[in-house]
Ligand binder design. Structure first.
Ligand code: GRF
Length: 208
């Protein structure tokens, strides 16, 4: 049984999707803990109500980034995870932290990486006149929003779309691709070779 720890900063809809699919589909895995860096992260209550261990590691309580990263790593390691999942976790993590979880740290970013790393992806895609956008699940490496790509979703941009409409359309696909990528990981179906991720069953790594 693989042990999953999920890190969130807010509502945690991706966390919910992963937890639900794990239970419904009987993965050989369990979400053992949810950790937030913000006291108001709504997802913490949701997780606690469903029996998951929850922790708050408030970044505001620490003087330095390293001190926060160390406290976060201690909270994570207490649950001996096989996989750490960043699900809307809005803090940049230091290189030492990322190296500690190398090969077992996943993130989702609401763009077709390597386009639009960082914030305000949907606004920037609209400003650039993109006709398609999407989301990317990737292994985390020290460079922000980079790292071997596991799975991407592609969605169209329609005339008249605003940031909110686009964000909702992309988020709906995140709730499909993130659970699927986590399932592949816990079923040991991902291989990283020369920085590229291969799904060993040959499953499509793009959702259109
Ligand atoms: C998602 O769009 C995710 O891609 C981004 O932050 C948002 C988190 O949403 N990194 P939620 O907290 O999972 O609902």
């Amino acid at each position: 049984m693989k042990r999953i720890v999920i890190l969130i900063s807010g509502r945690g809809s991706n966390m919910e999707a992963i937890h639900r699919r794990c239970a419904e589909e009987g993965w050989p895995a369990q979400v053992v803990a949810v950790i937030a860096n913000r006291p108001l992260a709504g997802g913490l209550t949701w997780a606690a109500e469903r029996g998951m261990a929850t922790h708050l590691v408030d970044h505001k309580s620490f003087d330095t980034r390293d001190a926060f990263d160390d406290a976060l790593a201690a909270a994570i390691d207490a649950h001996t995870p096989d996989l750490v999942v960043l699900a809307g976790f809005m803090r940049v993590l230091g290189a030492a932290f990322v190296r500690r979880y190398a090969g077992r740290l996943l993130n989702i970013h609401p763009s077709l990486l390597p386009a639009f790393t960082g914030m305000h992806t949907h606004r920037r895609a609209l400003e650039a006149g993109c006709k398609a956008v999407g989301a990317t699940v990737h292994f985390v490496t020290p460079e922000l929003d980079h790292g071997p790509i596991v799975l991407q979703s592609v969605v169209p941009v329609f005339p008249g779309d605003d940031e909110q409409a686009l964000s909702a359309r992309v988020l709906a696909t995140e709730h499909t691709i993130y659970p699927l990528a986590v399932r592949w990981f816990v079923e040991d179906k991902l291989r990283v070779e020369d920085g590229l991720v291969r799904q060993t069953d040959g499953a499509s790594q793009v959702l259109m």
